[in-house]
Write a protein that binds this ligand. Structure first.
Ligand code: 5CA
Length: 437
């Protein structure tokens, strides 16, 4: 992509409304624009990151054996009356009437809708277990939307739902999602710590929040220091094997959110206690038969008796993660994207656009990177080098390839690593090899 043609409206000044780094940087880097409180448009650069995160979340769900479907954003109120959540959900739910006067709503979550789909089609224990997910926009009329995409009103969530015959089956599925979450966040360049949590309006009695430690987190969290270094399962993990030992390893030490915090127990940890602020990027719930009973989602068991299925739900805040990654990875000059989520892998800076030699060298490098499948943003605009350096640091691409008249003469490209600041002079061929390596 050529910068001169790309829609990337960066801002020089810090927007007054942004209180935290990620919000400030997402506005300044031209990733999002607010349309009303807590509701955002995703501009091309921001959308690329959102899609990258979505792709990694999807790959790890698929690996764990979950199957993707897509449910609508608009749901009928009647389903929520069946589960008795229509009134309970309160003013956070955006309620709409259609032209026939039917009560509808913009889904804040999908337990009811998926239970309805399930009960229409599954009758026998032989069809279990089932683990389904979608990645869809949600709406919650948050009382205090803030921090940009971190606490939005409209936000993108990955939500999975599981159906098992009995508790043992439900626990196995819960463990699969638990482990898939560890892997997902690691691939995003984050260390997320599972913490015992309250299940709130979703209900149920086994629940973990996945928390990233960051000073700007909304809640206070506590955990054993060892949790910061526990190993995350590698590629090739067999999701049908017994995952309980992994889950035990991650849940045997003290880790709790504010609501579940037990100061006496925490004090026993002494110097090993970490107390910090955290961002909740995922939340998993086991809630048994809460919805299957009230909505009549039953199967015939092996003994011929009808039994309500055991359910769980598993959410990841996909749009929140864009902000969370930035909170975890930025400096005073801008964003520092971890490679897997970066909107482009590299940026080329032409220090003297309009100069035949610089244009030719940059154009050639641009073509060869594109041909090798490297996503690259080429800053071919006329103008001051300082502006281009600042802009490139702001948008945080992992690699910067800088070419000016001096480099053209010596046949070299300056390669800068955004994260370390390290700079090396390489031939174009070596620069390409470095990026492919
Ligand atoms: N039905 C369950 C699991 S699928 C559920 O809705 N869980 S949740 O309420 O915890 O939301 C799941 C994830 O969505 C949260 O962990 C958080 O990362 C994200 N999320 C929740 N509310 C918001 C919001 N207002 N803005 C951005 N992300 C949010």
């Amino acid at each position: 992509m050529r910068r001169s043609q790309y829609f990337l409206p960066t801002l020089k000044e810090n927007p007054a409304e942004a209180q935290i780094a990620s919000h400030r940087l997402m506005l300044r880097a031209g990733m999002i624009r607010q349309s009303s409180a807590g509701i955002y448009s995703w501009l091309p650069l921001g959308l690329r990151v959102l899609k990258n995160i979505e792709r990694i979340v999807r790959e790890e769900q698929d690996r764990a054996g979950a199957q993707e479907l897509l449910m609508p954003t608009i749901q009928p109120a009647d389903l929520w009356r069946e589960s008795d959540r229509y009134d309970d959900y309160g003013p956070e739910m955006l309620r709409i009437a259609d032209r026939h006067g039917r009560d509808m709503l913009y889904g804040p979550t999908n337990e009811e809708l998926i239970t309805d789909i399930f009960r229409q089609s599954v009758r026998s224990y032989k069809d279990l277990p089932k683990l389904l997910y979608h990645i869809q926009w949600k709406f919650r009329d948050e009382i205090r939307p803030r921090f940009g995409v971190m606490r939005g009103r409209e936000f993108l969530m990955k939500d999975s739902y599981s159906f098992d015959l009995d508790f043992e089956g439900a626990r196995r599925t819960y463990n699969k999602m638990f482990v898939a979450y560890l892997r997902t966040f690691k691939r995003l360049g984050l260390r997320a710590i599972p913490m015992k949590a309250d299940s709130g309006p979703i209900g149920g009695d086994m629940s973990h929040e996945f928390i990233i430690l960051a000073d700007t987190g909304e809640s206070e969290v506590f955990c054993h220091k060892a949790m910061l270094d526990l190993p995350v399962p590698e590629d090739g993990l067999d999701y049908d094997a017994d995952l309980q030992p992994i889950v035990d390893e991650w849940t045997s030490r003290y880790a709790a959110t504010e609501e579940k915090h037990d100061p006496a127990k925490a004090a026993e940890l002494g110097d090993d206690l970490v107390s910090a602020r955290g961002i909740e990027v995922g939340h998993i719930f086991y809630f048994g038969t809460k919805y299957s009973k009230s909505m009549g989602a039953q199967v015939t068991g092996p003994d011929g008796a009808e039994t309500a299925v055991e359910m769980g739900s598993y959410g990841i805040g996909v749009s929140r993660l864009v902000g969370a990654v930035i909170e975890a990875s930025h400096d005073e000059n801008g964003i520092i994207w971890p490679e897997p989520v970066a909107p482009f892998r590299a940026g080329i800076i032409n220090l003297k656009a309009g100069d035949d030699g610089c244009d030719a060298a940059c154009g050639e490098l641009y073509e060869s990177l594109a041909a090798a499948g490297v996503e690259v943003l080429y800053d071919d605009r006329p103008g001051r080098a300082g502006v281009k350096f600042a802009d490139m640091d702001l948008i945080g691409l992992p690699w910067q390839l800088i070419i000016g008249p001096r480099g053209v003469k010596s046949g070299r490209v300056e390669v800068k690593n955004r994260a370390t600041g390290e700079k090396v002079d390489l031939t174009a061929a070596d620069a390409l090899a470095r990026l492919l390596g």
